[in-house]
Design a protein around this ligand. Structure first.
Ligand SMILES: Nc1ncnc2c1ncn2[C@@H]1O[C@H](COP(=O)(O)OP(=O)(O)O)[C@@H](O)[C@H]1O
Ligand SMILES: [Mg+2]
Length: 288
């Protein structure tokens, strides 16, 4: 008997799983914030969705979704280390019946323990992520969101390689822009195999001077141009919200519907979903 009730999955779209990753060059631009809110919104729209914490060194998803230690049987670490085969034991329920979470292990010992674990994870991650995809397909999931570790970590790059949609998150800072351009050029352009690419600036200060807004617009164009002849879609310039910042104090990441960021997020979800559906139509046409 399955631990989880998937009996209503026939009412869901039978189209296969879409893999969405959120990645950035540096830490802190808002990958986790956007991952959780995108996952929550997709689930709210009736899609069986799973969010996976791939930021092994700084896990957060467990706390955001209030999952107790005692309820966790296996973590993504076990899967990436090849210590367990992927099974329902990795899935944790959240307060939305359509949304599940796969968490990363908390309190890993630091020092050599962490380093050797990260090395092992890098070794096994490509195979492990493929196994994960097969498992999630079997379970009837419609979307998986990977909240990646920043930078060039191999597990993040491997997730980027298998993703259907990649959302790259930047801060409005020249270091974020320059570093991101480098990374998009080094990795993303080279992995441009049939996936949809997006980028979003997050945490914009209010009341920008005209010259600052012009600079940001030139960065937006710079990224689109860098990507040519392939395409990367600009999603939004998301503002800093003091309410969201304050909620962050107690580990609350989900946007209240009354916050203006919620509306902006639903538009992002619309764009990503439409682009993925469009891509699927093209693929189907080519196959027939
Ligand atoms: N638009 C925003 N307005 C206010 N605070 C934000 C916004 N986006 C993210 N934050 C806050 O910034 C911090 C870092 O965000 P997080 O999503 O954890 O970044 P990352 O996962 O990329 O490291 C968190 O405390 C989060 O609440
Ligand atoms: Mg994070």
């Amino acid at each position: 008997m399955s631990k989880f009730d998937f009996s209503n999955q026939s009412t869901l779209s039978s189209t296969k799983l879409d893999i969405i990753i959120l990645h950035s060059q540096k830490g802190g631009p808002g990958k986790t914030t956007l991952s959780c809110n995108i996952a929550k919104e997709l689930a709210k729209r009736g899609n069986k969705t799973v969010i996976i914490d791939l930021d092994i060194a700084q896990p957060t998803i467990q706390h955001i979704f209030h999952i107790d230690d005692i309820d966790i049987k296996h973590t993504i670490n076990d899967v990436l280390l090849g210590e367990t085969s992927v099974s329902e034991d990795v899935l944790n329920k959240t307060d939305d019946p359509n949304l599940f979470a796969i968490v990363a292990k908390e309190n890993v010992e630091y020092g050599e323990g962490l380093l050797s674990m990260l090395e092992e994870i890098q070794k096994h991650s490509f195979f492990a992520l493929h196994e994960m995809t097969k498992f999630l397909l079997r379970m009837g999931f419609r979307y998986v969101i990977y909240d990646c570790a920043p930078g060039y970590k191999l597990e993040s790059v491997n997730a980027a390689a298998i993703a259907d949609a990649r959302i790259f998150v930047l801060r409005p800072s020249t270091f974020s822009y320059e570093g991101s351009k480098q990374m998009l050029n080094d990795i993303y352009k080279k992995l441009n195999i049939r996936s949809s690419n997006f980028f979003v600036f997050n945490q914009l200060p209010p009341n920008l001077k005209e010259e600052s807004q012009n600079l940001l617009n030139s960065w937006k164009d710079g990224i689109v141009e860098l990507y040519e002849p392939e395409t990367i879609k600009f999603l939004d310039f998301l503002p800093i919200s003091h309410e969201i910042m304050e909620m962050g104090l107690t580990g609350e990441y989900i946007f209240p519907e009354s916050n203006p960021l919620y509306k902006r997020l639903t538009k992002i979800v619309d764009t990503v979903v439409e682009t993925l559906d469009e891509m699927k139509k093209v693929k189907l046409k080519e196959e027939s």
